[in-house]
Write a protein that binds this ligand. Sequence first.
Ligand code: SAM
Ligand code: CA
Length: 249
Amino acid sequence: MAPTNDVLVQQQKESRHQEAGHKSLLQSDDLYQYILETSVYPREPEIMKELRERTAEHPWNIMTTPADEGQFLTMLLKLINAKNTMEIGVFTGYSLLATALAIPHDGKIIAMDINRENYNIGLPMIEKAGVAHKIVFHEGPALPVLDQMLEDKEKLGSLDFVFVDADKDNYLNYHEKIIELVKVGGVIGYDNTLWNGSVAVSDDAPMRKYVRYYREFVLRLNKALSADPRIEICQLPVGDGITLCRRLF
Ligand code: SAM
Ligand code: CA
């Protein structure tokens, strides 16, 4: 006998991700797993797999960039021929390694994180991949580094791509500075802009404390990016949501 509509709805609800920190916003875990197993894992470079598996042992592993998003970044960087890039929020370096492998041999990544310890976990694998020479790592908060870069006229409009994946309460502060550092036609990717799906639920819906706290900032960011005439935008449901911004002038 065919299942009734009620049964189908219940089945769908049960198959949705229960984990608060789950990365995928897709309808079901099976669908996400299908993408990973069909298109992502078979093409993932061995060294990225090694870093992903090492990161999975970390107590904060939920922070890592998921493999499908890593593949997306790789494709994007190659499509736009990115050479000079920046990353704010490195953690153990999965998106950093994806970037380092995607840009040319003489490409550069200015990477920033307040925590060097986690970067050091991924560093041996970045070295093994032969791409460590492309990375200049700054330990500490990103804002002062951006301010310093803005003082150097040569750095204005010098970046092809920037990936922002750090403290969500600072994204709008970052934006005002990065917009000057990325070239006209260059791309900024703001990560986690769907914030666990919390951007689309009511204010009084139950959610974890940290999700609720940053949700306000993500909502404000999304509105501000949407209204910013200096950029063209595209918000994608990859990972936890990534908003691509292309500088127009
Ligand atoms: N892109 C990383 C990856 O692929 O694994 C994940 C980054 S994780 C979600 C966020 C990182 O931002 C953390 O490692 C944290 O230490 C860093 N962070 C937090 N506040 C920061 C700040 N003010 N400046 C620079 N990094 C910051
Ligand atoms: Ca992220």
